[in-house]
Write a protein that binds this ligand. Structure first.
Ligand SMILES: Cc1ncc(COP(=O)(O)O)c(C=O)c1O
Length: 445
């Protein structure tokens, strides 16, 4: 691309509409030219430590030669071909084979999509398909959680439990029900005497199933660690209870591991922290470390079986042009090879502990209410008063901006600053995040 000054790029950029656009939030965008490791370089000469790995996804860091080569080689061989029923290609076969049982035992079938929203839409449709095939067509509702983010297609929007994503796109789609999430710092549901927050939040699921009617609920969807909702790490008792309730009432459990998948939390997939298996898994983002758009769902053998026995009139009429995209799957395969070879989940565990411990030292600031995380995904919640836990989104933005001026990219989520750097980050670079954030807090204090 020809070199021109940043103001000219920004002027030209007005011809594209950006996700979650508002003129105020996009008044002075960073124009990124290049990335290397955890570092981003802008057209106006800034060097920024990307504490978010793009959007939680660039696990192996920027500028990885092996991934570039995998894409190049596959594009030359075969970039794309239809993957609709009756045709297939080698990289999608190899990646689906690699993924069989990789995340969870018994999840052996993959449908590929281009990203996470499509994955979740596919999971909802597959849940409905499954129950229709099982002679239970009335089971169509999805129970999700308040604060959840499941994406931006119409169904994923209304599965999302954040009102700001709904208000300009209503009326709400029928069939999505939201219950409180087990937020240990500020749980919004009722905790009965003798109950833990995990038990109280799991009870909300049972009550919602009974309220809506067991015969109308198809599935429950949850992010093992909530991302956009503010990096919420659940108590250890929550997901085992959720699994038991789903089993008791015949509800499919969909794990949305679009952020937590592929090593981010220190396990390859996050429900493994609590020895829980879902019936369906949605993945995207780090499957290719962001080097190609790719996502998908994995299905339990039981769900797969309903497809094998279907009459032709009940074919699974779902899928995308780019399901099983040859180049994207080749990149995904190479990316998994790199993450296995370089022990990325272990890195996330060890460096995640360093990051969390370092961030906790910032609790001395009077406005740091809570610091939490699992592996290399952490959140720092900013409050105006530690006793009342009153939210302080204005100061959160102030710290976010100060950090950006100091060359550190985080993400403000309400009143939480999120950190989710590439898993390739070094110990020194982790320390750099803490140093720069501390300096940004000094400025904001
Ligand atoms: C948990 C979760 N699910 C789904 C999505 C949607 O994925 P995509 O933006 O690839 O459609 C996201 C995106 O951030 C996410 O964080």
């Amino acid at each position: 691309m020809t070199k021109q000054n940043t103001a000219a790029w920004i002027e030209k950029d007005r011809k594209q509409l950006h996700p979650t656009y508002h003129p105020k939030s996009h008044a002075n965008p960073l124009v990124i030219e290049r990335g290397e490791g955890v570092w981003l370089y802008t057209t106006d000469g800034q060097k920024i430590l990307d504490g978010m790995a793009g959007l939680w996804n660039v696990n192996v860091g920027y500028g990885h030669e092996e991934l570039a080569k995998a894409a190049y080689d596959q594009m030359r061989e075969l970039a794309f071909t239809s993957n609709f029923s009756g045709m297939t290609n080698l990289p999608s076969i190899a990646l689906a084979d690699k993924l069989a049982g990789f995340a969870y035992e018994g999840l052996n079938t993959t449908l590929f999509t281009s990203g996470g929203s499509e994955a979740n839409d596919s999971a909802f449709k597959t849940a409905r398909y499954y129950w229709k095939r099982r002679g239970r067509p009335g089971k169509y509702k999805i129970i999700a959680r308040k604060g959840a983010y499941h994406g931006i297609t119409l169904a994923a929007t209304f599965a999302t439990g954040l009102e700001k994503y709904h208000s300009m796109f209503g009326p709400a789609m029928d069939g999505f029900v939201h219950i409180p999430a087990p937020n240990p710092y500020r749980y919004e549901g009722q905790v009965k005497a003798g109950e833990t927050i995990g038990q109280a939040a799991a009870r909300e699921l049972e009550e919602a199933i009974l309220r809506e009617g067991q015969n109308s609920v198809a599935a429950f969807i949850a992010e093992p660690v909530m991302g956009v909702g503010g990096v919420i790490v659940p108590p250890a008792d929550y997901f085992p209870l959720v699994r038991a309730i789903c089993d008791q009432y015949g509800i499919l459990f969909i794990a949305d591991e679009v952020i937590t998948g592929f090593g981010r939390t220190g396990e390859w997939f996050a429900l493994n922290h609590w020895n829980v298996k879902p019936d369906m898994l949605a993945f995207a983002k780090a499957i290719t470390s962001g080097y190609a758009p790719l996502g998908g769902i994995q299905l339990s053998d039981q769900i797969r079986e309903t497809m094998e026995s279907a009459p032709e009139s009940e074919a699974y009429m779902h899928g995308y042009t780019y399901s099983g995209h040859a180049m994207a799957c080749a990149v995904g395969l190479k990316n998994l090879e790199i993450m296995e070879r370089d022990h990325y989940p272990k890195r996330a565990r060890e460096l995640g502990k360093r990051l969390l411990d370092g961030l906790k030292t910032l609790s001395e600031f009077p406005f740091v209410g809570d610091v939490r995380g699992l592996g290399l995904v952490c959140g720092v919640e900013i409050v105006s008063n530690k006793e009342t836990k009153a939210a302080d989104p204005a100061r959160t933005m102030q710290i976010f901006k100060a950090a950006q001026e100091l060359g550190l990219r985080s993400r403000p989520l309400g009143n939480t600053l999120a950190f989710s750097p590439p898993l390739s980050i070094t110990a020194d670079e982790v320390d750099e995040i803490i140093k720069r954030l501390g300096a940004a807090m000094d400025r904001a204090a």
